[in-house]
Design a protein around this ligand. Structure first.
Ligand code: FPP
Length: 259
């Protein structure tokens, strides 16, 4: 894959993707929706490999939302099976490429076999340092925030945390994404202009890129386009252009803080 035009010095550190359009891809071809998810799994593999190749440090994938539990049982079952197969098939590659796997979301709702497979790969890859893949599974932004508030409230009640000392860093540290930098770039496929309860706190200053391309068709060329578009943007983090001219841009993190 030609990476012509991509500035290696200005890559997003964290890319988050709302993978949408598997169902429509299948329906348009007279196929079962599950066939779309199967094809979508190949896109996952391709995008993980390309991210690793170009040096993206964090890649988050919205693979199954809290709301997806309401889909028909056979579709939920098929998605869980695909996930389990993906974990089994990709673990060797993750080790070879130095990829660490993390998961965000309410893992307790996953079937035991998926949870077991997930925990095994998370443990196996825990020391890998080249790239981190974050799978959002049984995840929603509001649920993440809800669980964070409950944890903080319990800590406060137990006298382990002073409510007046809570700041943005405290909150970030209690979310599922603790320790993961905020996404610099949020990609959504299939053209919908929605966040769909994905990362809410974390995307405060993310650049958004929406493409009409359906997820099963989102491959190297489309990903490169998204990255090139990101590099054409100027992230201001609420500041003025004149202020930014005085700051060396890479010294701002994804939350707009100057380091
Ligand atoms: C959205 O398409 C996609 C999902 C709900 C699931 C994403 C799952 C995969 C890409 C496959 C397996 C994942 C991994 C990590 C191996 P949709 O069904 O909402 O599409 P539609 O909006 O066109 O109906």
């Amino acid at each position: 894959m030609e990476l012509d035009g991509l500035d290696k010095m200005r890559l997003p550190q964290h890319v988050a993707i709302i993978m949408d359009g598997n169902g429509r891809w299948a329906t348009a071809r007279g196929k079962n929706r599950i066939e779309g998810h199967r094809r979508g799994k190949t896109s996952v593999r391709v995008i993980v490999e390309m991210s690793r190749k170009i040096g993206i440090r964090f890649l988050s994938l919205y693979a199954f939302s809290t709301e997806n539990w309401y889909r028909p049982d056979d579709e939920v079952g098929a998605l869980m099976t695909l996930l389990e197969h993906y974990l089994a098939a990709e673990q060797a590659k993750m080790m070879r490429y130095g990829i660490r796997l993390l998961a965000v979301g309410d893992r307790s709702r996953l079937p035991a076999s998926v949870r077991g497979a997930l925990e095994k790969v998370i443990e196996l890859t825990s020391a890998n340092q080249r790239m981190t893949v974050v799978l959002a599974l049984s995840y929603s932004g509001r649920d993440d925030i809800l669980r964070m508030v409950k944890s903080l409230a319990h800590e406060a009640r137990a006298g382990k945390c002073d409510p007046d000392a809570i700041d943005e860093q405290t909150i970030a540290g209690y979310l599922d994404t603790a320790g993961i930098p905020d996404p610099d770039l949020l990609i959504r496929t299939s053209g919908e202009m929605r966040i769909s309860n994905f990362f809410l706190w974390q995307i405060a200053y993310s650049e958004m890129y929406v493409t009409s391309c359906l997820w099963p068709d989102f491959r190297e060329k489309e990903y490169l386009q998204a990255l090139l578009e990101y590099q054409r943007r100027r992230r201001r983090f609420g500041r003025t252009d004149e202020q930014l001219d005085e700051i060396v841009e890479p010294s701002l993190d994804a939350g707009g803080r100057q380091s």
